[in-house]
Design a protein around this ligand. Sequence first.
Ligand code: FAD
Length: 443
Amino acid sequence: MIPKSKYDVIVVGAGVAGCLFSRNLARAGFSVCLFEKKAESELGYKWWDSVIKTVFDEVSLSHPSGEELYETGNIHFYSPSREFSVFARDTGKTYAVNRRKFGQRLLQEAIDAGAEFHEMSEVLEPEADVVNKKIIGVTVKGIGPVCADLTVDCSGLKGIIRSQIPFETEISKDIVDKDIFHTYREIRRKRADYTDERFIVCFGKDRGMNWVSFRQEGLVDFFAGRMGGQENCKPSRETVAELVEKFKYGCDAEIIAGGFEEGIPVRRPLDSFVENSLMVIGNAACQCHPVFGAGIASSLYGAHIASDTAIQALERKVTTKEKLWAYNVKYHRSELNQAFTFFDVIREFVLRLSESQIEFLLASRIVDIGEVWGKKELQTPRGFNSAIKLLLKGKKRLPLMLKLKKCLKRADRARGTCTEYPIRYTPETFSEWRKKIKSCYIK
Ligand SMILES: Cc1cc2nc3c(=O)[nH]c(=O)nc-3n(C[C@H](O)[C@H](O)[C@H](O)COP(=O)(O)OP(=O)(O)OC[C@H]3O[C@@H](n4cnc5c(N)ncnc54)[C@H](O)[C@@H]3O)c2cc1C
């Protein structure tokens, strides 16, 4: 099918954000064109990801069931040296979602609602009215320009529209490397005689975290992620190779899913997600957890509130930045974003620590990794000997504790600043707010 030359809405990228947004706008009666560079059969990932259950009701999606679900369970967290560990019991608040099945369901809901889907259609750049500082559509590879009253960038980290806005804008075009979590994941078959069923996570090693999970029947899941912007850091692929070597008796040689690197934006969300006739959602807008990179629930939430704003704007036939601003306000003031912004300040602090300092904070439970990960209940208090060792070490760690205290204060201030996000856009109020949020970070 050849796209028409004009739509009410163009959505770039059929990930979770793009599909939910397309579904909502098509249900409201608008003509929606959804461009995706991959083939439909390749959408999502051939693995499972953890998603908080409450988001499904919040964004009016039915809960996953049957083939869309994998097993969830307890987690063993380890410090960088692996000397200390905590066992976090699963509280049943998250699903492990089959990303391929879930992605396909979301796309089908968008198509059923009336969105026009174009697979293998790569968007190259925005079309713009530079004089009036307005996005008027996109250029698609092999097709050419396609216009819309509203263009929505849901293209993931690269932000194909966001990064090429051809006029001065308050949307940050580039995501710097220090704000990218460089991940590598591979899934292998589990050997039939291997009985381990643990999910083992090591936090703070090689400037990131890694895991090996034997939780899913017949499968082994290896993952490593490291923060960007650091010199001499081991690539995540190498960390996984070491893990595979360590657990080689538990798995087959063949990689059956994953086996590639992918970046996740980990910073507080963009200060603004809107321009004249443009909205940015999901990973493209940095709506991910700044420490762990989880972004499905928050991208769905972003798409949900963005679609409410878009429907109102399109009904009134006004898609100016001022009209679309309500999406900024709702997202930035939300509890979810307050928590993410809090963690972003913590992330900045943790990145400046040595492995031994991270070891101390985790092992002493000053930082409760189970709680941060996803409200897991912790069990097994640390042993008496470890407690004594830590107390002795703690004396030497006084400067670190004072810095942590200051960081928590700044993180709290940043959380509060989210609730002061300007209700209406003027360059002055926005610039004032930006100064305030930036002041919560180390200069
Ligand atoms: C290894 C790994 C593990 C993860 N684990 C979790 C987890 O457990 N829980 C969690 O919540 N999150 C997890 N995430 C993060 C989560 O996958 C993302 O936050 C989420 O998918 C973001 O959705 P999105 O729709 O914004 O972007 P994406 O899912 O990135 O979708 C963007 C879409 O746009 C398409 N696209 C890109 N450029 C173009 C173009 N030029 N033209 C047309 N189409 C284009 C892409 O092909 C893609 O389909 C994980 C990510 C990784 C890499």
